[in-house]
Ligand binder design. Structure first.
Ligand code: GAR
Length: 191
């Protein structure tokens, strides 16, 4: 059976993207065909290239151009898209072309602390400022509304009394690395 071709979209550090590359390195089921970023200086690009994964940089105009994005995915033979800290809006043509085949991870228990402007450390700062007792991760399908696609998986963690946004971010990253590739692997067996 031909391996499923995965594209990882990332805009920043890329710890999740790197984790995916390692996780699927020996997989019979899937391989990482592409790491795409809208930021030319995103650290994820160098890390992916060093691990032998093709990388593509797109402009913000290209990111918003659905026809361009769909053709780009076709060019790389992509079967499934994984968003991992990707901070651009996804155009509707791409959402339609990858219905049920594009997922995102969000670093909170959606629907709490989601929506436009809520990403990365901003989420953790808000959770700590509101003295929440728990937070966590949400993996969901991507639809037309920011952070509102059908939820596939959530995992909770406690927010301690002395927790800072930085220590919470560390806990959340740990959860993301443990669960995100496994959840995607499960989805890939059904497409
Ligand atoms: C992750 O924590 C991810 O959940 C979050 O950005 C971080 C990227 O980290 N995504 C969002 O906030 C999306 N709204 P990474 O670059 O180290 O993988």
């Amino acid at each position: 059976m031909k391996k499923k071709q995965l594209a990882l979209f990332a805009s920043g550090t890329g710890s999740n993207a790197v984790n995916f590359i390692h996780y699927f390195a020996q997989s019979e089921l899937a391989e990482i065909a592409l790491v795409l970023s809208n930021k030319a200086d995103a650290p994820v690009l160098e890390k992916a290239a060093a691990l032998g994964v093709p990388t593509v940089i797109i402009s913000n105009a290209q990111a918003a151009n659905g026809v361009y994005m769909v053709e780009l995915m076709q060019k790389y033979g992509i079967d499934f898209i994984v968003l991992a800290g990707y901070l651009r809006f996804i155009p509707s043509e791409l959402i339609a072309a990858f219905k049920g085949k594009m997922v995102n991870i969000h670093p909170s228990l959606l629907p709490k602390y989601g929506g436009p402007g809520m990403y990365g450390s901003k989420v953790h700062q808000a959770v700590v400022a509101n003295k929440e007792k728990e937070s966590g991760i949400t993996i969901h399908y991507v639809n037309e509304e920011y952070d509102k696609g059908t939820i596939i998986y959530q995992k909770k963690t406690t927010v301690g009394a002395g927790e800072s946004a930085a220590t919470l971010a560390e806990k959340i990253h740990h959860l993301e690395h443990e669960h995100y590739p496994k959840v995607v692997e499960g989805l890939l067996t059904n497409i």
